[in-house]
Write a protein that binds this ligand. Sequence first.
Ligand SMILES: C[S@@+](CC[C@H](N)C(=O)[O-])C[C@H]1O[C@@H](n2cnc3c(N)ncnc32)[C@H](O)[C@@H]1O
Length: 314
Amino acid sequence: MFNNVTILWFSSDLYTAAVRHTPVLLRESLEALAPTPGMSVCDVTLGLAGHASAFLQATDPDGILIGIDADERNLDAAAEKLQPYDGRVRYCHANFRDLSSCVDAPVDILFADLGVSSPHFDDPDRGFSFRFDAPLDLRFDQSRGVDAASWIARAKEQELTKAFAVYGELPSARRLAVMVSEQKPTTTTALKACVEAVYRWRAPSMLPRVFQAIRIAVNDELGALDALLHSIPHILKPGGRCGIISYHSLEDRMVKRAFRSLCMVEKDERTGQPLSAPLFAVVNTKPIIPGPSEVSENPRSRSAKLRVLRRAEA
Ligand SMILES: C[S@@+](CC[C@H](N)C(=O)[O-])C[C@H]1O[C@@H](n2cnc3c(N)ncnc32)[C@H](O)[C@@H]1O
């Protein structure tokens, strides 16, 4: 029923204008998380509420949704879209690393669809895309933290090398770090010039990875994910489920390891027998990935991996 859902809505301002939004792995998320009427859901990456509106439909008539996003503009756009569900939704402008500031009681479903949303790429002023000349900002939450230009200006060469090599998986990361460290670009165009000087004809394929690396560093995305993973035992009700969609191998590895360690049980040293029943179980041992038709309709979904964890009944 939810396959290939495309949501279109229009509003006067540029930010929400004509956003064509396709939630990634929507049908698979609903199948694996199994929302039913009356359930409580916490979507920690509300974005444009693509997944959230499907959760609200599935939990009709009295389920509740806590929608969290670090980006206030996305939160406003989501609230506009979720107006028909007013009274069932609570919005929280926060980083999901501070989950306890938004959620005061355990929920049935905890959901995260990590990373960027389409408006980030499509807004010419945010610096997420090298298609536009803009100040290098790249923060999800522009009310806090340090923008990318300031981060670059302060970063040591090793820090830049680590970001390019690890978060961007870029070759010649050190050469790029030296160039960026010398030039200290403050706009997308200036950063693009550094990338072109280092990679020359290979620059077009490296640019997305360079921007991704800086975005991950500036938003401390892995630190936030780590905090989110640690909060799972405190936030999931018995019988509850947690689903996380990641787009980067580092994120997927963190989710896989955290889920695996939650599923472990203490064993008797002598017999090797488990001393208790496991508190958590993974719903799918292999990550769920999009099929070819989703990838061709929504190329951004190509690297998506969904992992789902279930908490045992009390
Ligand atoms: C891929 S989009 C989510 C799209 C959403 N599932 C939908 O269907 O519209 C990710 C969203 O998470 C937000 N985000 C990323 N990291 C965050 C964090 N650490 N805390 C809170 N929000 C975050 C981004 O601002 C963005 O709006």
